[in-house]
Design a protein around this ligand. Structure first.
Ligand code: AMP
Ligand code: GLY
Length: 455
């Protein structure tokens, strides 16, 4: 079967820039709607909003698009796949009903329960009063308070004590974004452990599990500060060994897909499991119905085989018949550069300098997460300015994780704009873990020897 030639990527972030970048390398002509200043350099941007499904259908028809790939969750939950399919257009991703796995945390819990998939224990409430009453009566803290629906990353609060849990419940009902999402409230036990992201591509029958990654959700170094969309990622993570990855596949991914099929909601697209590696084994924190961001950026720079071929095969339900994807040896690492104030309100329109110097570093690729060309006549034409919170996803590859980190931060150092900041410790825990494992391999008896000597 011939490869799709003309591909539409829907979205405007770093994930969509990385998708477009890889698909161009795979030989596709790529259109991005609406895209950003980064995608404009490698593909054609068309100013149609990612939420405007009728216009996207019209665009795909008019431009004879062979394959559409959707970045963000909102259009999936709103039914973009259903609308494209009804119009006879090929699109990669889950239907609106299947995207409820991400769009409704309660639906997700029901599926996990049906599939007997390990996850945090939870209670569900239909009213703020009921949730408050439960927290007031509950003995043990901490808990996690979650809005049922999509809340643009604002609907989850990890709470240490009763006071903060009550405050979280109140803010779910007062924040307009969360209030719509919080038609239902979940209160969950807090899981402790290492958090990892495992994504798989599926055509509903076959699954292709991708290399495991780790995101960094907290805003500041040392996992301090508020929750964000993700401040950096690296691939692969040593915390998921090949054995653990097959356990995750057989105990979590496959049973979830079976449970979806049994519920008559077959899932196609990217199944993204946010997992906590607890003392009792991996447990599901959440499912997403799309590629993670910034996970996608760190993943795709390592992909050697064709993404286009993989997505084509998934859409045509013939994943079973293609060779598994291949990955560059070594590792990759993405550092998110954010605007001052993120994850709160940010200033936009600030000129970004040093992008060419960063891109001149061979191992590095600068994906744009929120940029545009300035329309300010006082600035030289073509000036790229910041246009959101997470602004750039600076990514690099290396023979080792340490080398990928060095190259990514070398690129970061070239880039500046007023108020720009990033986490400085992406992958540090993994590097410490690797060092400890290497030391143990070099001197297997060292620790025991000292202990014996002292005794
Ligand atoms: P979610 O959108 O459900 O993934 O939640 C966002 C973030 O909150 C996750 O990436 C975790 O860091 C944290 N989180 C969510 N649920 C839990 C839980 N049950 N225990 C500990 N942390 C959690
Ligand atoms: N990086 C987390 C997410 O994409 O949801």
């Amino acid at each position: 079967m011939p490869l799709s030639r003309r591909v539409l990527v829907v979205g405007s972030g770093g994930r969509e820039h990385a998708l477009a970048w890889k698909l161009v390398r795979d030989g596709a002509e790529v259109i991005v709607a609406p895209g950003n200043a980064g995608t404009a350099a490698i593909a054609e941007n068309v100013p149609v909003d990612a939420g405007d499904i009728p216009s996207l259908v019209e665009l795909a028809r008019r431009r004879q698009i062979d394959l559409t790939v959707v970045g963000p969750e909102a259009p999936l939950v709103a039914g973009i796949v259903d609308a494209f399919t009804a119009a006879g257009l090929r699109i990669f991703g889950p239907t609106a009903r299947a995207a409820m796995l991400e769009g409704s945390k309660l639906f997700c819990k029901q599926i996990l329960h049906r599939g007997d998939v390990p996850t945090a224990m939870f209670q569900q409430f239909r009213s703020v009063a009921g949730a408050r009453e439960y927290v007031n009566a509950r003995e043990d803290m901490p808990v996690v308070v979650k809005a049922d629906g999509l809340a643009a990353g604002k609907g989850v609060f990890v709470c240490q004590d009763r006071e903060s849990a009550l405050a979280a419940i109140d803010s779910l009902s007062s924040d307009p974004l969360c209030a719509t999402a919080a038609k239902g409230i979940l209160i969950e036990e807090r899981l402790d452990g290492i958090e990892v992201s495992v994504m798989a591509i599926t055509d509903g029958r076959t699954i292709v599990t991708l290399p495991p990654l780790q995101d960094h959700k907290a805003a500041y170094d040392g996992d301090q500060g508020p929750n964000t969309g993700g401040m950096g990622a690296y691939c692969p993570t040593p915390f998921v060994t090949p054995e653990l990855l097959s356990e995750i596949e057989s105990r979590i991914l496959v049973p979830t897909l079976h449970a979806m099929r049994r519920a008559k909601v077959p899932f196609h697209g990217v199944l993204y499991a946010g997992l906590m590696l607890t003392a009792q084994g991996p447990k599901v924190l959440e499912f997403n119905a799309r590629f993670g961001d910034p996970e996608c950026e760190a993943l795709l720079v390592r992909m050697e085989s064709s993404l286009l071929e993989l997505l084509d095969a998934a859409v045509d339900r013939r994943l079973e018949s293609i060779e598994p994807p291949t990955w560059r040896e070594g590792a990759s690492l993405t550092v998110v550069m954010a605007a001052e104030g993120y994850p709160g309100p940010v200033a936009k329109g600030l000129p970004i300098r040093g992008l060419s110097a960063a891109e001149a570093i061979e191992a590095a690729t600068v994906f744009h997460s929120a940029t545009k060309f300035s329309t300010d006549t006082a600035l030289p034409s073509g000036t790229i300015v910041s246009d959101g919170g997470r602004t750039l996803a600076v990514t690099a590859v290396g023979e080792s994780l340490a080398k990928a980190k060095l190259q990514a931060y070398s690129a970061v150092r070239e880039i500046r704009w007023q108020g720009a900041w990033c986490r400085k410790d992406i992958a540090d825990k993994a590097l410490a873990f690797e060092r400890a494992a290497a030391a143990e391999a070099d001197e297997p008896d060292a620790v025991g020897g000292i202990a014996k000597g002292e005794g």
